[in-house]
Write a protein that binds this ligand. Structure first.
Ligand SMILES: NC(=O)c1ccc[n+]([C@@H]2O[C@H](COP(=O)([O-])OP(=O)(O)OC[C@H]3O[C@@H](n4cnc5c(N)ncnc54)[C@H](O)[C@@H]3O)[C@@H](O)[C@H]2O)c1
Length: 311
């Protein structure tokens, strides 16, 4: 088996590369390092079954040889990253998705796209089920990400319906783990970085907004199962354990042993108030549910950061 992973040098992509190599696949990682790092896949480069192509997937790409699977994960993913590169984000969700689907079609490969819980916007339905169409501001400060993913889902379904490509769509809810960049602006690396530096933890608003956090190995397992299923409509993957951001800050302080304070800052525009996946479909379809508790996942992630920072 040979699998192409766009965004393979990113946080989730690098874990996917590891998993597919472990399953015996040859893996082609395509990345332009806009938010990913060579470091994330350095431990894989001596494996003869692993190849990196440095390329912007929003531009045409031809891949020689057979391909069984195409996983399209390339996209800036944190608000800090996608707001810094709004046009690149829209391009990789539209042109990049078109390129990746074209490769899958040409090779007769299965295709899976990383979509996001952000397609639900600031949801009026809680928890979010796949049949909810969302509440997205199409011109807001997150629109470059939310709308590019919504377009990507539409393009994926069009390739399935018109060209019969075996496509899959995963709507990923907040996922965390080793190799997230400490400066990527997402809540977990923010809090951990601040806790380690002894700085106050920044909570936006009063911290009553909720999130649910899934450990990366669970997500990767769900993706692997979905890719091999015959289901083509979107599937939520995430951990339904919900907590407020304030509770999360307190948990990070406890697990890092930090004495940092918590400070409050104004809530950014269009910040969703609630986020929790309904994973009934994934349970039924894939026999999947998270296995690693949030606390265990956090311990592993904090340990990784400690080693990295020599703490
Ligand atoms: N981490 C999460 O909680 C989460 C939640 C929902 C969806 N997702 C989706 O999962 C995917 C991976 O997210 P992540 O958290 O690993 O982010 P990440 O930023 O660590 O990884 C994204 C990777 O894509 C690469 N990339 C971006 N644009 C590219 C382009 N034009 N050509 C080639 N490579 C490009 C980046 O360099 C990076 O390596 C993204 O599509 C994201 O939208 C992630």
């Amino acid at each position: 088996m040979r699998t192409l992973i766009t965004g393979g040098a990113g946080f989730i992509g690098s874990h996917l590369c590891e998993r597919f190599l472990a399953e015996g696949h040859a893996v082609v990682c395509v990345d332009n390092f806009i938010t990913g790092r060579p470091d994330n896949v350095r431990h894989l480069v001596d494996n003869p079954k692993f190849r990196v192509i440095v390329h912007d997937v929003s531009r045409p790409l031809h891949v020689d040889g057979l391909l069984d699977n195409v996983l399209h994960f390339a996209s800036p993913a944190s608000p800090v990253d996608y707001q810094k590169s709004p046009i690149q984000t829209l391009k990789v969700g539209s042109l990049g998705t078109h390129v990746a689907l074209g490769i899958a079609k040409a090779h007769g490969a299965r295709y899976l796209i990383a979509s996001t819980s952000e397609v639900y916007g600031d949801p009026e339905v809680h928890p979010q089920t796949e049949d909810y169409w969302g509440h997205v501001n199409p011109v807001g400060e997150r629109s470059m990400y939310d709308e590019s993913k919504r377009f990507a889902e539409a393009m994926t379904m069009a390739y399935h319906r018109e060209h019969n490509v075996q496509t899959h769509i995963v709507r990923i809810f907040n996922t965390f783990g080793e190799r997230m960049r400490l400066d990527d602006g997402r809540v977990l690396p923010n809090f951990v970085g601040q806790a380690f530096r002894g700085e106050p933890l920044t909570v936006y608003g009063d911290g009553s907004q909720t999130r649910s956090f899934c450990y990366v190995s669970d997500l990767v397992d769900g993706i692997y199962r979905l890719l091999h299923s015959d289901y083509h409509l979107p599937v939520n993957l995430g951990n339904p354990g919900e907590m407020t951001i304030l509770e999360f800050a307190e948990e990070i302080l406890r697990l890092t042993g930090s004495h940092s304070r918590i400070v409050h800052r104004p809530l950014p525009a269009d910040d969703p108030k609630q986020r929790k996946p309904d994973i009934s479909l994934a349970r039924r379809l894939l026999g999947w549910e998270p296995q690693v508790s949030r606390e265990e996942g956090l311990r592993r992630t904090i340990e990784h950061y400690k080693k990295k920072l020599g703490k």
